[in-house]
Each structure stands twice: as C-alpha cells, then as structure tokens.
Design a protein around this ligand. Sequence first.
Ligand SMILES: [Mn+2]
Length: 394
Amino acid sequence: MNEPDVSATLTFVETGASTADAVVETLQSLDPLVLSLLVVAVAAALVGGWWLVRWFRRPPGVRLQRILADYDEVAVLMHPNPDPDAMACAMGVATIADAVDTDATLQFAGEIRHQENRAFRTVLDLDLERVESSSDLACDAVVLVDHNTPRGFTGAQTVEPVAVVDHHPGNGTGTRFTDVRTEYGAASTIFVEYLEEVGASTPDDEGDPVLSPELATGLIYGIQSDTDHLTNGCSRAEFEAAAVLYDAIDEDLLERIANPQVSDDVLQVKATAITEKRVDGSFAVCDVGEVGNTDAIPQAADELMHLEGVTAVVVYGKKDGTIHLSGRSRDDRVHMGETLRHAVSDIPMANAGGHARMGGGQLSVDHMRGIGPSDGIDDEEFEERLFSAMAGER
Ligand SMILES: [Mn+2]
C-alpha cells in the first residue's frame, strides 16, 4: 500500500537535489558582475517586500497621516450641501494633518441650508469655503470625505483625489489612499478610529493631535445624524466610537447643535404639510405651495412620516417655477426613488429618483402643465399620479 508513496518521495528528493546542483552550477558559470547584480536585485526585492508588508500592517489612520505629511497643504472636500457627518470628517482630516504640519482647507460645493447643518457650522466655529469650480480648490492634493466621487461643481470629474474616506457604496478611489467601509453607519466613525490610531485619545506634548471638545462633539453629532441617533443603519463600530468620544464631548455644544432655532418659513411649511395633506390608505401626499426655502420640503416629509398609519409620503412645493419633490417610505412595497422616477417619467426635463426609503426630484411647472407638443397635466392629476405610483399602479 505504501510503496507508491515512498517511491514518489524518493523521486522528489532526487529531483530536488539535482535542481539545487543545477542552480549552483549555473551561478558558478555566471559572470561576477551579473552575479553581484543578481544579489543586489534579490536584496532589493526582499527590502521592498518587507517595506510593503510594514506599510500595509500600519493602521489606516497612521498611513493616512504619513501621506498627509507629504503635502504642505491639502484641500478637504465634503460632498455637496454637506451634512454633519461630512463636516465632522473634514474636521478629523484637519486635526490629523495639523499634527504633521500640513495645512487643511475645508471646502464644499452647494449650500449649507438645513438649520441643523448651519448650527453645526456656527456652534463649532468651522471655517468652510465654498467652491463652484475645480479652479476654486485650495490645492491639487484633494482628500474626499463622506463621498467617493467628486461631484456638484464645474470640473468635478477632472479631480483625482489623493485620498478617499467614505461609507457609501461606489467605485471612487484615491490615488494613494482609499478607505470605504459601507458597513459603517457614518464616516465619522472611521475618523474616530483614525484619531485613536494616531494617538489622539492620549494626547502628549509631541504634537500628536488632541481630541478637542469641538472635534469630539462634531464626530458624535456626525454619527448621530447619519444613524438617526444610533437607531438606524448602525454597526458595532458606531457604539464603540461613541464610547471613545464620551469623555471629550461638550454637552452644551451638542445641545446647541441638536436644537437649533427653526425659521418661521420651515415651521410654516411643516404646518401646511400637517394640515393640508391628503391621505389615501397608508399613503400621504401634500402640496405645500410656494416655499421660500426648498430645504423645508424634505423636513416636512420627515414630519409627516411620524403620522400613525402612514408608511409613505410625498411632499412637493414650488420655488421660482420649479416643483421640488421629496418622498419618504418605510413601506417595503414602495421603493420611493422608483416611485418618483415613474411619476415624472413622461414629463419633459423632469428628473427624480433616489433610494428605497428616500427620494427626491425636480420638474419645471411649465413642462408639467405642458408646453410645446406634450399635453401636460394639472396639479390634481399630478397628485393622483403620485398616489397610484406609490400603490404600484400604472
Ligand atoms: Mn455620511
């Protein structure tokens, strides 16, 4: 039974020996110059390999910091209309960069409209710069946070970020550093880990970053706002990050961000949505009319979702001849993005879409009423259409 095995082993040993002999012979026959080059090449490969292993064994926060140290200045780019998670991440990059004497300019496209976002910026005294085109970027070295593909400004598609830190799905990458964790509830959580990795939770006098009350408060608020106060889309990492931040959080600052004054305009729109809504089964639709601040529309949609028995809502309002739509759903039968897309599909120049639970869109009033060849529809028909789209009817 064992015989074939033994002979196989013998053959292997013989072959092995003769191969080793052949290698030695070949080496001896080589020119000394070639031989020494060969030795140098092997040594270089070993050192390179060792270096690579060491580099990739470093925690990502340390790697990011080493990369930031190569630049005098970086532009930290938040996504358009940045939210607290994006702003907190930008603060995180600035702190990690500051410890290695790299200046960080925090930049964003779009606007900071939502009262919570504005309160976040004001209370934490953030210096944020608005960009309209890629030429406004503070420098070539761009660090992208809370999104992975630059968008929302002229020339965005030409920007090649050096580093990308995000928690959204997508294919965007940085030329030197990419850390996208889609299982995380907030990108701020990743920065809490980075700050620990670079020693920020145990500050010393050697220039290591310090977890300031502002930064800790910003990061916990970023986590809270992206996870609906740790109730939705969380991973264990969010709770661990909250524990790390706990000692440094300034409760006064946190309270001021969480309870900002709401403009009269926004409250009016919410009130209209509550009193004027039309409910059909478990769906609600409301036309809130002309609005001063279009950001009030999604907030009104959020408000209506609190209504008992309502599982999907669409709120729409008009500003400057454009209808702004915002939909929410916690009904598995209603994919809100698809619902809105379907509802406006035959209206020229309209666009709408989004995720299963959240969607939005815009269309021009003139195009809806019908200009040129199309017949157009009125507000009432449009509402009927929204209801039937939610119900999955054609
Ligand atoms: Mn986020």
